[in-house]
Write a protein that binds this ligand. Structure first.
Ligand code: ACM
Length: 677
């Protein structure tokens, strides 16, 4: 059944905090649902009523972008509250004082600060530049709460600015194609949590995704017809710029270029022919750094692409060159010997230096994954660290600017908490001087798309990315995990109003599995599982780019809210079993899971649910075992475990159908407590 177990502390707290409370908070607070938490926020009693007369007026600088942003905010408020807000129907409720225009192209360092004052009689948003206004609008929307007297914007005084200037989300459109609707709705969600860099991973072994007029075989033979036209690219760049988001394109070279080589095999380091890669992994095809033709093509192609993307930065990938084609090519080996190159890294650095010269001609700053770091490269390149935090600290120490992605891999299926606690200035960076630390520009969450289709990419990206966005924006001291989850619960629901489908795509996926039969019970079961983590997927069942991703693992959310909440309930009970705290809620959950497991049994004949049989059986068995354990605790007797019980606990802890059953650890705790272990 559809249900949410809510701890008292998780219940959405409405607008007015305890009467008269005026808390100046630098850090997490239980009194608002803001994410990211502002640099300083003081929540005050009462609020500003939001009704159909709501309107925005500009008293300082304004332009078409700001007016469009105000209009979008009003539409967003209307959707969030259900109140029809009529244009020009009233006096200004929110007054915006913007100092000056932003430059034509958004820079890596912009003043995004703003102050927001909300009282019972009106609200004022003040910002030095347009970027602060955009960020302030995002905050204002998050202040709106339902109250017994209707919707109100919580009274507050906020002074806010980001901790890091580079706050990104990468979407991989190479492995699985992601149409522009996906990109647009994700840009809207990014803006809602103040992210400001969209890193667009546009080429892979599995697809080259942008139209090139100079080298049309790239998309014609390398994309299955699934690519962005140049007009669509311009549309996305404009859409992002309207929301204060830079677009950094990535064309991954010299590895990950299998799809390029289908149309242009002479650029490879090994003999062709080449095909679009359908499997996942690291593959051999690599551009030939000793072939002058490669640089001719890259200079023209990157020139063409540089003109589409106004951002100062241009990402050339540079990751995962396995060196096999280089080792097998006598001409390349002779070239390395002549130049005195000892390692593949030296050859790669030679290639990157040539690329950097090309990018400079096109007025671009080179960004690459941490493999590009080499003493031969100039200090103005930017390193994106994916293999570890140490690479980022080393880069900063050596004088390079960097951004962190290690720890923010959304495809790893980590919990929100685990991502949230990763800091771009982590342990490895603690010893850096302030000047060196300042070279750490921020971070990027990365949505790699081996296992991600347009249907469920949002559920892999959101809401976890909202918590990561807080890490990049808020003071480093904002680290209260329970409070993060409390706010995330609210923020996640509201992200719905930005258009992302992270919550709504779930049900249709479950109904597909049941063949259209009622999916309530199945939802109850799938709510309890999480996909296997990191690179453990695909070890058993081999799936490719052409496999439909419509299994239980594909519907399952990266983090089971139900299991997380259940685990907290169990911890509460076991802290002092005699008090019986949470005892009824725990029993209710266990009985519901038993019912769900029974109700789902007749549906398991469907093709997509055949593999779910052991999961369902174990949910049923574990629930029964935990109920027996509760009874033993009640009676103060020791639970006797049969060999079947022990085997059930062991088997249920292993992945089934490539998902983890997340209620196993808390149930094991109840059982251990009952058995006196
Ligand atoms: C990467 O994950 N290969 C950047």
């Amino acid at each position: 059944m559809t249900r949410f177990i809510l701890l008292p502390g998780l219940v959405l707290s409405l607008v007015a905090p305890t009467a008269g409370a005026q808390t100046a908070v630098t850090g997490a607070t239980a009194l608002h649902n803001l994410m990211p938490v502002p640099a300083t926020v003081s929540i005050e009693a009462g609020g500003l009523p939001i009704d159909s007369r709501f309107s925005v007026a500009f008293s300082g600088y304004k332009d078409a972008r700001l007016e469009a942003a105000a209009k979008r905010m009003v539409e967003r408020i209307a959707r969030q509250t259900g109140i029809p807000i009529l244009p020009k129907s009233g006096i200004a409720v929110l007054t915006v004082k913007c100092g000056k225009a932003a430059g034509r192209v958004q820079q890596v360092i912009e003043d995004e600060s703003y102050s927001l004052k909300v009282t019972a009689s009106g609200a004022t948003l003040t910002a030095p530049t347009s970027y602060g206004v955009l960020r302030g609008f995002a905050t204002f929307v998050q202040l709106i709460e339902p109250s017994p007297a209707g919707f109100v914007a919580t009274a507050a005084t906020i002074e806010d600015r980001p901790r890091f200037p580079w706050r990104g989300l990468m979407i991989d459109a190479g492995r699985h194609w992601q149409p522009i609707e996906v990109i647009k709705r994700n840009l809207d969600a990014m803006a809602a949590v103040k992210l400001n860099v969209f890193h667009w991973h546009l080429s892979e072994d599995q697809g080259f995704r942008v139209e090139s007029k100079l080298y049309p075989k790239l998309q014609e033979l390398g994309s299955d017809g699934l690519y962005y036209t140049q007009a669509q690219v311009r549309e996305i760049v404009r859409y992002a710029a309207d929301r204060g988001i830079r677009v950094v394109p990535e064309f991954d070279v010299p590895g990950h270029t299998g799809a390029w080589l289908v149309g242009y095999p002479h650029l490879a380091s090994g003999p062709g022919p080449y095909e679009i890669q359908r499997r996942w992994g690291v593959f051999d095809p690599v551009l030939d750094p000793t072939n002058e033709q490669v640089y001719v093509v890259l200079e023209r192609l990157f020139g063409e692409m540089a003109a589409l993307f106004p951002d100062a930065f241009f990402h050339i990938g540079g990751d995962e060159v396995n060196g096999k084609q280089w080792a097998a090519n006598k001409k390349i080996q002779a070239f390395m010997k002549r130049r005195g190159f000892k390692t593949d890294g030296d050859l790669h650095a030679y290639f990157n230096k040539r690329l950097n010269t090309i990018l400079k001609k096109h007025h671009k700053i080179m960004v690459g994954w941490d493999e590009i770091l080499h003493p031969d490269l100039p200090k103005d390149i930017v390193v994106q660290s994916w293999r570890g935090q140490k690479a980022l600290a080393d880069a900063a120490r050596a004088g390079y600017r960097g951004i962190l992605s290690n720890g923010y891999y959304l495809d790893y299926m980590w919990s929100t908490e685990r991502h949230y606690l990763v800091d771009p200035v982590g342990k490895d960076a603690e010893a850096l001087s302030d000047q060196q630390k300042a070279r750490i520009l921020g971070g990027e969450a990365t949505m790699w798309s081996e296992w991600t289709t347009p249907e469920m990419i949002d559920s892999r990206t959101w809401p976890r990315t909202a918590a990561i966005a807080e890490r990049y924006w808020s003071p480093a001291t904002v680290r209260d995990v329970e409070d993060m989850y409390r706010r995330l619960d609210v923020v996640s629901r509201r992200l719905d109003f930005t258009g992302v489908l992270h919550r709504t795509a779930y049900r249709p996926m479950l109904e597909r599995m049941t063949g259209g039969r009622p999916a309530d019970a199945l939802e109850g079961i799938v709510n309890l599982v999480e996909p296997v983590r990191e690179y453990n997927r695909g070890r058993g069942l081999k799936q490719t780019q052409q496999s439909p991703l419509t299994r239980v693992i594909d519907a399952a959310r990266p983090e089971s809210e139900q299991a997380r909440v259940f685990a907290r309930l169990v911890d509460g009970l076991l802290a002092d079993p005699a008090k019986k705290a949470n005892r009824p809620a725990i029993e209710r959950s266990l009985r519901e899971w038993q019912d769900d497991a029974a109700a789902v049994q007749p549906l398991l004949d469907g093709f997509l649910l055949l593999e779910a049989k052991p999961i369902v059986e174990r949910v049923s068995g574990l629930s029964a075992l935990a109920l027996r354990a509760l009874q033993a605790i009640d009676q103060g007797t020791a639970l006797k475990l049969s060999p079947e019980d022990t085997s059930l606990l062991a088997e249920a802890a292993k992945p089934m159908a490539e998902v983890h059953l997340m209620i196993v650890p808390p149930i094991r705790k109840i059982v251990d407590a009952a058995a006196g272990r």
